[in-house]
Design a protein around this ligand. Structure first.
Ligand code: ZN
Length: 257
């Protein structure tokens, strides 16, 4: 999907309408799908002309690797996409953004980045019954007990600050864990217990707590996204033992998926 990717790249250089009036903190370097070698989505991402009202924090439940390289991060993105498309049967990667344990931030679902920059919402597949109003971040690792690496944490704060600014969200209300929206342990007790700290750090970074309107925050649609299965979008380690095993599968793009 060269055209779509080129469009994404171009969009990244465009200042979205209204940007002059609202504070936009440091935008993280988001590695594009082209950079990590995404395969083509089965269908174009549905984009809606409204902003999400919740930021959903996930963990991938994959091994807590000590490989913090960018190459590993790219491979993680490819592994997740392959898992979501082949084993979940989805159109594409479910989540909007992925953060590796090394703190590298990558675009997930196609058109996520351009949608964020345009104040729109790309409908993902990461929080069942809530995909039409939530944006999802997959954080690499299993945080049932293990501590969150500082590099990942730092990027998560930056990403959430950026999203709260772009979407005019109040971090105290907008940032939630996956378990707040569904029957799952995600993002693990260790990461979930730090969400208050995350909200506080993001609030401190925003020039002012200029939250979204009540109408935006209160809107909690319950429409179903038929694409989303009963299972959460993160990769359970019981199903996918390790990225190393996933890496033994054929390269993406060889089959229609
Ligand atoms: Zn999750």
């Amino acid at each position: 999907m060269a055209a779509g990717l080129a469009e994404n790249m171009a969009m990244a250089e465009i200042i979205p309408a209204g940007a002059a009036e609202r504070p936009v903190p440091t935008r993280p370097r988001v590695y594009t799908r082209e950079e990590w070698g995404a395969r083509r989505a089965r269908k174009p991402t549905k984009i809606v002309e409204r902003m999400p009202d919740r930021i959903v924090v996930h963990h991938t439940a994959t091994p807590n690797t000590t490989n913090y390289s960018l190459e590993h991060a790219y491979r993680l993105s490819r592994d997740i996409q392959r898992f979501h498309m082949r084993h979940r049967g989805w159109n594409d990667t479910g989540q909007h953004l992925t953060i590796s344990r090394g703190g590298h931030v990558m675009e997930g679902r196609d058109s996520s980045l351009s949608a964020i920059l345009a104040g729109r919402h790309a409908i993902g597949a990461q929080a069942r019954r809530h995909n039409d109003h939530t944006i999802g971040i997959e954080n690499e690792g299993n945080y049932k007990k293990a501590p969150v690496p500082e590099l990942l944490w730092s990027s998560l704060v930056t990403v959430c600050t950026w999203l709260c600014a772009e979407y005019q969200l109040d971090p105290d209300r907008a940032i939630v864990g996956h378990r707040d929206l569904g029957d799952t342990e995600c993002p693990g007790d260790a990461l979930y217990s730090r969400l208050p700290e995350l909200r506080k750090s993001v609030s401190a970074r925003l020039p002012r707590p200029d939250g979204a309107s009540e109408s935006n925050l209160e809107r909690m649609s319950t429409s179903l996204n038929p694409e989303v299965a009963d299972t959460p979008t993160h990769v359970p380690s019981s199903v996918v033992p390790s990225p190393e095993i996933l890496g033994a599968l054929p390269s993406p793009g060889e089959s229609g998926g």
